[in-house]
Ligand binder design. Structure first.
Ligand code: ARG
Length: 438
């Protein structure tokens, strides 16, 4: 027997290779709850509008609720050979409740059905990602504020540049993640409109009530244009973009953590529980998790590229290419969630080594700008002050001294304006304090 929803037009069974290639059940069955919620809302509306008998509506709703329970409990296994989750649920319903099940799809197409399912699924996923992101931001914020007085070198070109605190360094990531949160929340708000009722593309001739299903499903309204309703996947692109930018941030943070826990820096030490060893080198403790997060950013960017490319040439309205949306956007979401699950406790348990940061800060002439600013304070133009300080740095390198240990007479040989108070001005704590402008 031909088990396709679209069997009527066909005289032959589809080839097994057609079925295998065409099927999306492997990756769309994770939307079974949303598919059922959408169908229940649709059935309620059909019953209320008098489009199907109220008794059928009740049978459909009870049947769908039972299917949801059974899939969740494992009593009902999703058939891996079904064409997609929509087909599987509708056919199971009809098998269980008979003809009433066949009325469910009145005034609906899988095109608006799948568009609705993805929006509902991504709404929930966005909320979960945002909860995790909020938690991660708090973890980084707390680690930052445990280190308000931890002085370290700030870098440009990965060269020691000016003194900062570890708090400032980590707080930059807090700011990035707050913007990520804003982007996700904007994308979620723009996505929260119902395409249900768009039908295949041009709406339906039944007296449906789109506002009712939208409200039942917690949408803020309906997608006005029905062609747009079934063919729009901007929300996937927006979420994948927001997640890609988030991964850029996580990857940069991980890159820094990898550097910081190398022996060349040793600014931090990762907890043993969040590090790994080497199969051959007994001394090794590797930041594998941080490296994997840096590596996995590429996957998420790839998902965004796949989505952009799949969409860019599609004529309106639905095209089967759009089935590719789910694997890409779900992979992006799962990857980002996995990365945050690993990164959050890794940062929480990371041990900061302030004395190494302080030592690095003291060795790199990172108070040279402050030394120049000191001369500016004494009336010298900045360019002259810059040049004089440059000469001092060269002198220090030659004499194996630092600006802190260079004797005052050597200062004065370079510029008469130097006095005893220069040592206070170039003290790292003073430099940091003078600079932090809240
Ligand atoms: N599995 C399909 C998808 O994910 C569902 C929609 C199918 N619609 C159709 N006209 N073939 O896009």
């Amino acid at each position: 027997m031909n088990t396709k929803l679209w069997a009527g037009r066909f005289s032959k069974e589809a080839d097994q290779r057609t079925n295998d290639f065409n099927s999306s059940i492997k990756f769309d069955s994770r939307m079974y709850r949303e598919d059922i919620d959408g169908s229940i809302a649709h059935a309620v509306m059909l019953g209320t509008q008098g489009i199907i008998p109220v008794e059928d509506c009740e049978k459909i709703i009870n049947g769908l609720k039972q299917i949801k329970e059974d899939i969740t409990s494992g009593a009902l296994l999703i058939d891996p050979d079904a064409e997609d989750i929509h087909t599987f649920i509708e056919q199971t319903l009809t098998a269980r409740i008979g003809d009433a099940g066949k009325r469910l799809h009145t005034g609906r197409s899988r095109n608006d059905q799948v568009a609705t399912d993805i929006r509902l699924t991504l709404r929930k996923e966005c909320e979960e990602v945002m909860d995790m992101l909020r938690h991660l931001t708090d973890t980084i914020f707390n680690k930052a504020h445990e280190n308000e007085n931890t002085i370290m070198p700030g870098y440009t070109h990965l060269q020691r540049a000016q003194p900062i605190t570890f708090c400032m360094q980590l707080s930059a990531y807090v700011s990035m993640l707050e913007r990520d949160m804003g982007r996700l929340s904007d994308a979620k708000a723009r996505m929260n409109y119902s395409p249900l009722g768009s039908g295949a593309l041009a709406g339906t001739t039944y007296p449906i009530n789109r506002a009712m299903t939208a409200e039942l499903l917690g949408f803020d309204g309906v997608v006005e244009n029905t062609l747009d309703g079934v063919s729009d996947r901007d929300f996937c692109l927006e979420i994948a973009s927001a997640l890609s930018i988030l991964m850029v941030h996580l990857s940069r943070l991980c890159e820094e953590i990898i550097l910081w826990c190398s022996w060349e820096f040793k600014f931090v030490e990762l907890d043993d529980a969040f590090s790994t060893g080497s199969s051959i080198m007994p001394q090794k403790k590797n930041p594998d998790l941080a490296e994997l997060i840096r590596g996995k950013s590429g996957r998420v960017f790839g998902d965004l590229m796949a989505l952009l490319t799949a969409m860019k040439g599609l004529p309106l309205a639905y095209n089967k290419d759009m089935q590719e949306d789910k694997e890409a956007i779900f992979d992006a979401i799962d990857t980002v969630k996995m990365c945050m699950t690993a990164l959050d406790p890794m940062i929480d348990t990371m041990r900061v080594i302030p004395e190494n940061m302080r030592r690095a800060a003291a060795e790199g002439f990172i108070n040279a700008t402050d030394c120049a600013d000191y001369l500016v304070g004494k009336g010298l133009p900045f360019r002259d002050a810059y040049k004089a300080t440059g000469e001092l740095v060269a002198l220090c390198i030659k004499e194996k001294l630092t600006l802190e240990t260079l004797p005052l007479d050597m200062y004065k040989n370079v510029c008469e304006l130097f006095d005893e108070d220069v040592y206070k001005a170039i003290n790292l704590e003073t430099c940091v304090k003078n600079r932090i402008k809240k």
